[in-house]
Design a binder for this molecule. Structure first.
Ligand code: NAP
Length: 313
């Protein structure tokens, strides 16, 4: 089968280890094959090519965490990206870490990882959801208790998780503020229905939920923007994981600082239903045919993406 895989890892020039070629499909006992129709890229794929979480002894490794395609009965399915994994210290791994990933014509997955795609959702849209969108959904709806909130701040809003959080929070009827360093991205965030501001700017109100994937560079601002009882939900630390936390503000304002990782298959199904109902539409930056996967990676690595980069088979 045709696949995009890491044939080498290189911390300085990650794309030099990206290869498009033929690899065999291996289906472990109890797993099923999926015909992949669309896959989407994440920064995780570039980290893998740098060798982060992907030691050289696991090469060649098919890249990609996110996919949508057809199960053996011909049903349209999205592939939930988390695989239970006793060999991993976290107890789980994502596709492309220990098991071949989603950037291939065919993929092997546990049957419990296949979530039916409802009518009205394209393969490209479904392929955007399993990692970045699912993470944003859980951060907002489950960990952040969105139903109790009036307002949301999303930090670093040009990012994959953050763009999804803006689109979801707007679609679910909240007042949404978003920071981005880039004026062009602020303009596009504004078009999604959020109030876009420069990092560190004073907001017109204190918010009930902050979506934090940036980390040290924005955390102090996240604390200062929080209303009493607010939830600051953290899924990543792109700009540094050692933040300065004023504990007086945590107890005086009764803030909750919550970690969040990925989501559950049921949460992925709920997200697919929101897309099918037309409540929200995944933001797709660009779509490439499989033969142009290297161009898709180049686009992501150059950092000027707004939304998801999709590869179609
Ligand atoms: N826990 C989980 O389950 C999970 C799942 C997915 C991702 N993650 C993590 O979440 C983070 C975001 O992932 P992503 O895929 O959305 O990444 P991404 O697309 O690279 O977005 C990161 C965003 O952070 C902002 N940023 C970066 N450096 C900054 C700095 N120095 N100061 C201020 N803002 C900065 C940028 O926003 P602007 O350019 O708009 O300013 C950038 O677009 C990553 O750390 C990733 O590992 C965690």
């Amino acid at each position: 089968m045709r696949a995009a895989f890491a044939s080498a890892v290189n911390p300085e020039e990650p794309l030099s280890g990206l290869t498009l070629g033929e690899l065999p499909l291996v289906v472990p006992d109890g797993w099923v094959p999926v015909d992949v129709r669309a896959a989407s890229l994440n920064h995780h794929d570039i980290w893998s090519l740098r060798g982060v979480g992907l030691p050289a002894d696991r090469l060649p490794m098919v890249l990609g965490c996110d996919a949508a395609g057809l199960d053996p009965d011909g049903n349209a399915v999205a592939v939930y990206p988390v695989v239970e994994d006793k060999a991993d210290p976290r107890g789980y791994s994502l596709f492309s870490e220990r098991h071949p990933g989603t950037l291939a014509e065919r993929l092997a997955a546990p049957p419990g990882n296949l979530v039916r795609i409802p009518d009205g959702v394209s393969f490209a849209e479904a392929a955007c959801l399993p990692t970045a969108w699912l993470t944003a959904y859980r951060m907002l709806v489950v960990r952040g208790r969105l139903a109790e909130a009036g307002s949301v701040l999303v930090q670093g809003a040009g990012g994959g998780v953050a763009t999804a959080a803006v689109a979801l929070a707007v679609a679910l009827g909240k007042r949404v503020y978003a920071t981005s360093r880039d004026p062009g991205k602020r303009e596009r965030i504004g078009r999604l229905g959020a109030t876009a501001v420069e990092p560190g700017a004073r907001l017109p109100e204190r918010v009930d939920i902050v979506i934090e994937s940036v980390g040290a560079a924005t955390f102090d601002h996240s604390m200062k923007c929080s209303a009493p009882g607010a939830r600051i939900v953290v899924c990543g630390a792109t700009a540094g994981h050692r933040a300065d936390v004023d504990l007086r503000r945590v107890f005086a304002m009764q803030l909750e600082i919550l970690g969040s990782s990925m989501g559950t298959p049921d949460e992925l199904a709920a997200l697919l239903d929101l897309v099918a109902a037309g409540t929200v539409k995944p933001v797709i930056d660009s779509t490439f045919p499989f033969a142009d996967t290297t161009a898709a990676f180049t686009r992501l690595a150059e950092g000027d993406v707004f939304g998801k980069v999709v590869v179609e088979f």
